[in-house]
Design a protein around this ligand. Structure first.
Ligand code: NAG
Ligand code: NAG
Ligand code: NAG
Ligand code: NAG
Ligand code: NAG
Ligand code: NAG
Length: 626
């Protein structure tokens, strides 16, 4: 037998005999050990729920080719349990397919199942139906909350158990809760409850950990005996200082930055956030040099499709944009950026990066102008857009009261008296969550806006119809204001009169659009009133053919103000062209059709331009507040 073969066989034999799969913390040598060997992860965050499933493999491969050996993944509870006890793990929610792809490509997984995840995702991933108990204290040992958490994890965690590294899978560690030290409750019984639950289902072997901001204050309430404490921070000047808080809580064990910020999120109306490759790679280098484990947040940001984006609250309500590009190393569309190559070159100084070329950017195509024609005003289609008869009450109820959790709801009443002089129509207690488009007799009057515009002036006659279409712009995902009810959550007044006798129309616009409306020509009960000149909110539609294979593209809506976009029934998210900084919406080629006309539907809420068209571009515009 030739000596090389003998050596190979010997080697295989040796690795076979020690092939007991293990992943552990070595407290003596301040590192992780994988199968007994020193191990350090260089990881990146990617959210399967922000990337079309057809592209999961492409993104993961690019992460692998950058030299990452792991990915970090959140699991949004509200994405998988839309109604209590109703679970969805199919299609774009098939996390198991996603984890299998990562395994095939050769990436380990750091799993972050929450239950709270923040992630700039609606309510930080918690299901809005929890708010059916109005006084629920989420992220605490509130019994209603814990019951819901237990039943969710009894679905999710058993699916994850066979995927743990010890059990032959690729999940090396599991995070419990998320930045809990930043939450007011500081309820150790809650953390202990989660700890027991995770251990009961996942077993004693798996590394469980927590993540908090790198201050003693945040680590105080976020950590618990038995859960390895890690920290998160962005580019810094002094890496020793940045890890000091972790070392304070964990005097021994691996240094871990669980969220090293490669960029940042955007709010509507604020400037686009960026972080230079130089800045990002400098601290990355410093961390790798001292042997720290790093997860880059985000590595691939993706898109807040549909109604999923969340909001922050910093002295006012700040809704997050549809794009979650994050100025990450892979762009929103999954394209390698200069930052990615700079990161790859830093990683290569410390460990091997795979040979071979980086997969290229996906092709983009500017499909150009598409005329959009007005279909009609929203209020004229009310009976068809509303799955139920309107609900009647004296004072308004919230979305959650009516068990509609996302999108839009219409509140209707009538003027109690003649209003000759302009009179304030007002939400004195700031109870319009989040935007209220006001119409009198079908004519748009203006928009009430949470924390910003609490009143507009109106005139009218006794008995005139007053409509307020209320838009949920995303539930707060960070801080203490989790019970963020939507709709009219307080009374509306006209002058000093409290408006009463409301009819509330729950709207399921997505269901109607998914049937092919309005392009299929189905006539809905169109109840246009004679002599009424309604304008907005209104639906517009257009279609375009794709020459050849569908490509990724970006839709700009020039002159349009604020609304929602669907293509071929897929809800691509909100646009707010009048505010920015995002001026184009990412349209993945996966929603386009090569053979049939592609059908665009938009719901414009505030003001349509005089020339109504959309413009498909080959590149995004994410930084324009003009
Ligand atoms: C970083 O901070 C530590 C502790 O405060 C200090 O000892 C060290 O000199 C600093 N390093 C640099 C490069 O400034
Ligand atoms: C955005 O950036 C511009 C130019 O740097 C600055 O003048 C403006 O105040 C910024 N706007 C906001 C909302 O921060
Ligand atoms: C509206 O006002 C009425 C009468 O003052 C009050 O009973 C009710 O609680 C108020 N509703 C809300 C949601 O504030
Ligand atoms: C767009 O609508 C037209 C008219 O209803 C229909 O024939 C076509 O199949 C639709 N396109 C797609 C991609 O479904
Ligand atoms: C509707 O518009 C027409 C033409 O612009 C105008 O004559 C009419 O007064 C308007 N009606 C209402 C109710 O505003
Ligand atoms: C294209 O649209 C047609 C008509 O709606 C549909 O039957 C077909 O499945 C679509 N093809 C793709 C690839 O989406």
């Amino acid at each position: 037998m030739d000596w090389k073969l003998r050596l190979l066989l010997l080697h295989c034999f040796l690795s076979f005999t020690v092939s007991e799969k293990s992943f552990e913390i070595d407290f003596k040598n301040n590192c992780f050990r994988k199968d007994g060997e020193y191990f350090r992860y260089v990881s990146g965050s990617i959210h399967y729920f922000r990337v079309p499933p057809e592209y999961w493999k492409d993104r993961l491969l690019k992460m692998y080719m950058t030299g990452l050996n792991a990915i970090q993944v959140y699991v949004p509870w509200n994405f998988h349990e839309p109604q209590p006890g109703v679970y969805n793990f199919e299609g774009d929610r098939n996390i198991e397919v996603f984890l299998d792809l990562a395994a095939t490509i050769g990436l380990l997984v750091i799993l972050r199942p929450g239950p709270y995840i923040c992630a700039e995702w609606d309510m930080g991933g918690l299901p809005a139906w929890l708010l059916q108990n109005q006084n629920i204290v989420v992220r605490s040992s509130d019994s209603d909350y814990l019951r819901a958490v237990d039943s969710w994890f009894s679905q999710l965690l058993p699916r994850m158990k066979p995927r743990l590294y010890q059990n032959g899978g690729n999940i090396i560690s599991v995070q419990v809760e998320n930045e809990y030290g930043s939450y007011f409750a500081c309820d150790y019984n809650y953390m202990r409850h989660l700890y027991k639950l995770f251990r009961n289902i996942l077993g004693d072997q798996v590394v469980l950990f927590t993540t908090d901001g790198n201050s003693d204050k945040e680590l105080k309430c976020g950590t618990l005996q038995g859960l390895y404490a890690t920290v998160d921070f962005g580019p810094v000047l002094n890496i020793t200082q940045a890890f000091a808080a972790q070392r304070h809580i964990e005097p021994k064990g691996p240094l871990v930055n669980s969220e090293y910020y490669t960029g940042w999120l955007d709010y509507w109306g604020s400037n686009h956030s960026t972080s230079s490759p130089e800045k990002v790679t400098q601290t990355l280098y410093d961390m790798l040099e001292i042997g720290a484990n790093v997860n880059m947040y985000m590595f691939e940001g993706g898109t807040n499709f549909g109604y999923w984006s969340g909001a922050d609250y910093k002295s006012k309500y700040l809704p997050v944009t549809t794009s979650y590009d994050y100025d990450a190393p892979l762009s929103e569309a999954g394209d390698p950026t200069d930052k990615l190559f700079a990161i790859r070159s830093v990683i290569s100084k410390f460990q091997d990066v795979p040979h071979g070329p980086m997969p290229p950017a996906t092709p983009k195509y500017g499909y150009g102008f598409v005329p959009l024609r007005k279909i009609g005003e929203l209020i004229d289609f009310l009976d068809d857009l509303s799955p139920y008869l309107p609900m009647k009450t004296s004072y308004p109820l919230s979305f959650e009261d009516i068990k509609q959790y996302f999108g839009f709801m219409l509140y209707r009443t009538h003027l109690p008296t003649d209003v000759w002089d302009p009179t304030p129509l007002m939400s004195p207690l700031n109870g319009v969550h989040d935007l209220g488009y006001v119409l009198i007799n079908g004519v748009y009057q203006g928009t009430l806006e949470r924390d910003s515009v609490l009143m507009i002036s109106v005139t009218g006659r006794k008995g005139d119809q007053l409509d307020i279409l209320v838009e949920n712009m995303g539930r707060i995902n960070f801080g203490i204001n989790f019970n963020d009810f939507k709709g009219l959550v307080d009374n509306i007044t006209l002058g000093s009169y409290i408006m009463t006798d409301w009819e509330m129309y729950s709207l399921n616009i997505d269901a109607v659009i998914s049937t092919g409306w309005p392009q299929n020509g189905l006539h809905m009960r169109h109840q246009k009133k004679e002599g009424v000149n309604s304008t907005v909110p209104a639906f517009y539609s257009g279609s375009f053919l794709v020459p050849g294979l569908p490509q990724d593209t970006y839709l700009k809506l020039p002159g349009w103000s604020k609304g929602q976009l669907w293509i071929n029934g897929f809800n691509l998210g909100r646009y707010w062209s009048s505010r920015g900084p995002q001026k184009t919406l990412f349209v993945p080629g996966t929603v386009l059709n090569a053979t049939f006309p592609n059908n665009i539907t938009i719901l414009e809420l505030q003001e349509a331009p005089s020339k109504t068209y959309g413009l498909f571009l080959e590149r995004p515009i994410l930084n324009d507040t003009s």
